[in-house]
Design a protein around this ligand. Structure first.
Ligand code: ATP
Ligand code: MG
Length: 390
């Protein structure tokens, strides 16, 4: 039986919300490890997972759960010197190292040997029983930690760094505007890392955009599922609105108006589903619709918070994250997006809000928006643990 110790991340600093944080993290871990034979035990200081199942796979899944600072594979024994010593030897003999250091943390002060003395004693035991190793207190290859608690003691095998952040859901839920591009999946990932649970909305314009473009977005949601299982995706048919824009709006303002329509729809879906904010992949200055003036004209159709996690990153920084979270290769598949069809040659860079409002009067967009929302397809993209490349 192995034991995985989960060390909490930033949540330890938020003592007021501690129970909420721990409960959400607990549920997230439970959901993520669905299908594995595990027993999860939580207390205020940390969480433990007992398992005989595939430890490698389990740790790889846990590495992506936000709110976990680090994971320690540990062995649990009763708190007495003989048991600790014999387990230490067994663990250390199976590890490959030349230099080591022992650190003892004695939480149970009734245990009579002081920490320093106990570390020295265990060090001597290792030196006597394992050949060609020596102590290095500054930069050891193997840091053997022993935690002595009242009933049980823990012998750490190794500590693995996890993702940190806040447990997904702690900050509430938001609606991610997810296109098939590079930026929005990264925005979604960063928002989840701050504890925001996602639903996603994708605007499609069939027959101008293809089934393949839609599948690409589903694949992106699947990849985001690594951080929070079973994300809901709203697929909105944007064709009628887009055709109305094409027919009625001055070409230079087409993108501005199109994005105002997207925001209006996203806003309504958000409200219907009790979500708290919108999230998107806009990055200041990246394209004409993302100048500050454009953003202001577009953003003015809603008063809810719009979180733009990649607003101040440059493209290369965004691409680095996209690679890390394995969305990049999917994002660069060359399927048309509804933003790129009917694309005018010279979109306005500094749109005027009164002009935008005036142009919009040329068609009955309220009805088209309601139709688009009412006919949306809602799907849950299921997490498949075995499918992820972890
Ligand atoms: P991305 O790489 O994420 O597609 P982009 O640089 O191509 O972004 P735009 O196409 O202007 O920029 O879109 C800006 C943001 O608007 C996107 O990051 C996304 O959040 C949202 N968005 C754009 N198109 C769609 C769409 N078809 N469905 C849902 N959201 C969209
Ligand atoms: Mg795009």
């Amino acid at each position: 039986m192995k034991l995985i110790l989960i060390k909490y991340g930033e949540l330890t600093t938020k003592s007021g919300n501690r129970n909420l944080f721990i409960n959400i993290l607990y549920n997230n871990i439970k959901k993520a490890l669905d299908g594995y034979d595990v027993r999860i035990i939580k207390n205020r200081v940390r969480m433990f997972i007992e398992t005989d199942d595939n430890i490698e796979e389990i740790t790889n899944i846990l590495k992506n759960i936000f709110g976990i600072h680090s994971i320690v594979i540990a062995h649990r024994v009763n708190t007495n010197t003989e048991e600790i010593e014999s387990k230490v030897l067994e663990v250390a003999k199976n590890m490959d190292f030349k230099t080591f250091k022992v650190e003892t943390d004695r939480a149970d002060k009734t245990f009579t040997i002081p920490s320093m003395d106990f570390s020295r004693r265990i060090g001597a035991l290792l030196l006597k029983n394992i050949d060609n190793i020596k102590v290095d207190v500054h930069n050891p290859e193997y840091l053997l930690k022993i935690e002595i608690r009242e009933d049980y003691s823990y012998i750490y095998e190794k500590e693995i760094k996890a993702s940190g952040g806040y447990p997904v859901g702690v900050a509430g839920k938001g609606l991610l505007m997810l296109s098939g591009g590079i930026d929005s999946p990264v925005a979604g990932y960063l928002a989840m890392k701050r504890g925001i649970r996602l639903e996603c909305v994708y605007f499609e314009s069939p027959p101008h955009t293809s089934e393949m473009a839609k599948n690409k977005v589903k694949t992106l949601v699947e990849k985001l599922n690594k951080y929070d299982a079973n994300i809901t995706l709203h697929i909105v048919r944007f064709t009628d609105i887009q055709e109305a824009i094409y027919k009625n709006i001055d070409p230079t303002y087409m993108i501005t108006i199109m994005r105002r329509m997207m925001y209006r729809i996203a806003n309504k879906i958000m409200e219907k589903n009790n979500l708290l904010c919108l999230i998107n992949g806009e990055s200041v200055g990246q394209v004409a619709s993302q100048t500050l003036t454009s953003m202001r004209v577009i953003n003015s159709v809603t008063s809810v918070p719009v979180i733009r996690p990649v607003a101040c990153l440059d493209k290369l920084e965004i691409i680095d994250i996209a690679r890390k979270i394995d969305t990049y290769e999917t994002s660069i598949l060359p399927y048309e997006d509804c933003c790129t069809i009917f694309l005018p040659k010279h979109p306005v860079i500094n749109p005027d809000i009164d002009k935008a409002i005036e142009y919009e009067q040329s068609f009955d967009y309220e009805k088209l928006i309601d139709d688009a929302i009412n006919s949306r397809e809602i799907i849950k993209i299921k997490k498949d643990n075995k499918k992820f490349d972890i």
